[in-house]
Design a protein around this ligand. Structure first.
Ligand code: FES
Length: 147
């Protein structure tokens, strides 16, 4: 059966982000937050910098599948320049999206919105949300440290 246009777009964008991930690496002077996907053991390391409550730099590293790598790349693009509050809201929106719920702020998610189809594959939801969960934990840690 031929792929629909949306499925083709989804596959092309996910593949492109996975092969050429944005903001891949580590940030100097920032202790990366590590988070494992308990179902496969893959790990993401997320570093971010905040200035006056705005995410001014972000990078990820680690080992993950195509979906987790693409999702991390999309997440970094979506939250760079956003406030802590906006980034947390986007993380919650993304989590709802990949669980098949209707969401309002589609355009704010950027390419990450294309991962809505993951809802059809429950075993991949943890892949898609790994980086977003790491984001929330990294923001929590920054808050504890008084940023
Ligand atoms: Fe490990 Fe997707 S299979 S993050």
């Amino acid at each position: 059966m031929a792929l629909s246009k949306l499925d083709s777009l989804y596959m092309a964008v996910v593949t492109e982000h996975s092969k050429s991930p944005r903001h891949k690496g580590k940030l100097d002077g920032v202790e990366a937050l590590q988070l494992h996907n308990p179902t496969c053991g893959d790990v993401i390391e997320l570093s971010l910098k905040l200035e006056k409550g705005i995410i001014t730099d972000i990078a990820f590293d680690g080992i993950g599948c195509t979906i987790s790598t693409a999702s991390a790349s999309m997440m970094t693009e979506a939250v760079l320049g956003k406030s802590i509050h906006q980034a947390r809201e986007l993380a919650d929106t993304f989590s709802s999206l990949v669980q098949g719920q209707e969401v309002n702020e589609q355009e704010q998610l950027g390419d990450a919105f294309l991962l809505a189809g993951v809802a059809k594959f429950p075993q991949r939801i943890k892949c898609a949300t790994l980086s977003w969960n790491a984001l929330k934990k990294a923001l929590d840690r920054q808050a504890e440290q008084g940023e």
